[in-house]
Write a protein that binds this ligand. Sequence first.
Ligand code: BGC
Length: 590
Amino acid sequence: MSREITRTTAPPARRRRTALLAACSLLATGAGAVAVMQTPAAAAALACNVDYQVSDWGSGFTTTVTIKNTGTAAIDGWTLTYDYAGNQKLSGGWGGVWSQSGKTVSVKNADWNKTLAAGATAAPGGQFTYSGTNAKPVSFAVNGVACNGGTTPTDPPTTPPPTTPPPTTPPPTGSKVDNPFQGAKLYVNPEWKAKAEAEPGGSRISDTSTSVWLDRIAAIEGVGTGMGLRDHLDEALKQANGEPLAINFVVYNLPGRDCAALASNGELKADELPRYKSEFIDPIAAALADPKYASLRITTVIEIDSLPNLVTNISSRPTGTPQCDVMKQNGNYVKGVGYALAKLGPIGNVYNYIDAGHHGWLGWDDNFGPSADLFAEAAKAEGSKLEYVTGFITNTANYGILKEPFYTINDSVNGTSVRQSKWVDWNRYVDELSYAQGFRQRLVQAGFASNIGMLIDTSRNGWGGTARPTGPGAQTSVDTYVNGGRLDRRIHLGNWCNQAGAGLGERPKAAPEAGIDAYLWVKPPGESDGASKEIPNDEGKGFDRMCDPTYTGNARNGNSMSGSLGDAPISGHWFSAQFQELMKNAHPAL
Ligand code: BGC
């Protein structure tokens, strides 16, 4: 859990397109050349050009092969053939019937694009996996005739030629929508729904979308009898029922996870970056890139509890830990995040949101700018690019209020700024919405695209119920003013574990405010933040005293009481009493 311590333009095309004008001819020999027997009769009638484009993410790629009829007569029925030199393996295709025999790939026309008039094009697309080198094929043939029309295609290389989409299997889109949540249904996780429905009163919220947490390697196949990644994607296709649907995954398994706390330490040791890559990110990327799921809008929350810790919780700070020093020195948070982005970003229907802490963590000047710059560094690590980032998320699994209506950061009492109150303590922000919008601008300055969007986890920041103030605090001092009027009822802003008095917040909603792509319920309400006492487990989870209601605190929470609920199970496990309290204190009320 994260702790302590009007968009107008369409996004740039996020796929890398490299053009190869196929200079295919009978002279092409060597690896990759198609053996073509050119019969004089066929050659007389048929002439073609092929334009081959790839979008490659290192272990796989999609290709669009544009066939142009450069002859004078229509081609009635076509089969394209070409060879790969490497171990490229077909996983699926569209815009034609794709097959592979050894190194030779064949694409037969679909019914709807069978006839190619003179000058017309067809552009089938395929998806492949590979290892090693992904050399482009050197020659192509249509109906056994080498495509050597000798003219460059008239289409400009960056604009895909117009094609009629196949009716059933849409290709992955070459450019992403600006806000994947806009106009989309939101996925309901059947496993969370069942847990919510088993609770008295739970059916009032059980149809709400919550995120799916990929919090260990086993989550990809499914923990025990639980649903795995592909089970969720298959279920998402059902729920989509042909309409746009967004499904959000939390990618959460970095080496040395959660270096500043104990409750969500994970399975990978600080130096296990190779396992993170090959056993965690690679299989996730392979599943998400499956063309079967091309119609879904797949969003990801990339690695909470990580990058901000390298700014705020290293030993040069009073709150530093040796574990965070290790992660800063070995670079494995930065490399892990970069690798995840590099693998997931090129997939045409995957949208990455990086964790950006929350206002009670990064809202101070010392933390704000350096974190934005570090995020930009991570987004360029390990072959990633800034454009692989759709946006950022704040407040994941935290309790920061969305909006404080009864005071603002610009208020003062008797000439003293609220920034000097004990609660605000020189922070620049008093709530998540103003923080997310302010941080968005700083991220753009750091180099991210001007159309990035923010997400806010509103699952548990409602702070409703009977203790909710109904007006501003008394203007006796900045402290009476802030404490009397603030909706966030925590004992200290740095408290983060199973907070007593919290309630469900805004329901998930697309484009609720300027610069905000969505409010989401990322932390599934009812799942614990950490055990209130030591509980042995095989998940790598430790016991963090911030989850113990008798704990009197440390430097990160101003040596205050932890404010957590008692009798809590380990993080991620179902905590019925908390679920009930969240419903009771929901705001908006249920
Ligand atoms: C835990 C994860 C869990 C997630 C969602 C985190 O605190 O460490 O294991 O999946 O919360 O409840």
